[in-house]
Design a protein around this ligand. Structure first.
Ligand code: BGC
Length: 248
């Protein structure tokens, strides 16, 4: 068994747990704090430190899924987080606040890694796209199980804005869409993604994957779309897997 602490930073909540990276199972309860508002770097790092202390982690590096483009552990975009995050070296920030070395990747890339290895993407060849529908839209794109990092399918120009302004769970709430209306909107967006990348499988994750049957009946039959097995834990599990890979 490989015990690994990982944290999934979201626009509304920051969640952490201990994960067995061999089988993707959770080894602790999931600890959740509200994301500070505004979500300034130092305040978010303090919440991460609380999670580390709550889980009594003393064994080394940590894994972090972060809701932005992440290159070499640096935050490179800020759609749904405070703009002051841009160009922040997340690894250095975490070290300063917690003393721990960390490995950081995009949150949806993390969720996809988990779903490909331990969920419904297991053994699927070709192009698999993980879409996490939360405040924004996160995406993890895989070819034969290999990740192409930082693909931002929620930031595609779409209608009069970005795709995530129309088809995320946040958009469903702010636009006050009922489930049928949301299903139609999401169907339109999925057809767009399908047209651009011709995936063999699309997996819907994030909190809203629990409600899949409320909206999935609106999807065109030719789209291959399923709900995630690991639900809302995929981001934590994938970030743990990433940290474990980086350490070895
Ligand atoms: C960000 C992505 C992130 C997604 C889900 C989007 O607003 O641009 O990087 O993966 O939200 O958190």
């Amino acid at each position: 068994m490989n015990k690994q602490l990982a944290i999934d930073v979201g626009a509304t909540g920051i969640k952490g747990a201990l994960v067995n990276t061999e089988d993707g199972s959770m080894l602790s309860d999931r600890i959740k704090y509200a994301t500070p508002k505004p979500a300034m770097p130092d305040d978010v790092a303090k919440v991460m430190n609380n999670i580390i202390e709550d889980l009594e982690w003393k064994d080394g590096d940590i894994g972090i899924g972060f809701p932005s483009i992440v290159k070499n552990n640096v935050c490179c975009s800020a759609n749904n987080i405070d703009k002051s995050w841009i160009n922040v070296d997340i690894q250095a920030l975490i070290k300063k606040h917690t003393g721990f070395h960390s490995h950081i990747l995009n949150d949806a890339d993390a969720a996809g890694l988990a779903e490909i290895e331990h969920g419904k993407g297991q053994g699927v060849s070709g192009t698999v796209i993980m879409l996490t529908l939360g405040t924004g839209i996160g995406s993890g794109v895989f070819k034969d199980g290999v990740l192409l990092p930082n693909v931002e399918l929620g930031s595609l120009l779409y209608k009069d804005g970005l795709a995530e302004h129309y088809a995320s769970n946040g958009a469903r709430k702010s636009r006050d869409l009922n489930w049928d209306e949301y299903g139609e909107e999401l169907n339109e967006y999925l057809q767009y993604v399908d047209r651009v990348l011709t995936p063999d499988l699309m997996i819907i994750g994030g909190g809203i994957s629990k409600k899949f049957s409320n909206y999935a009946h609106k999807f065109e039959p030719h789209l291959k779309v399923i709900d995630a097995k690991l639900r809302n834990n995929a981001g934590i599990i994938g970030a743990a897997m990433y940290a474990h890979q980086k350490k070895h």
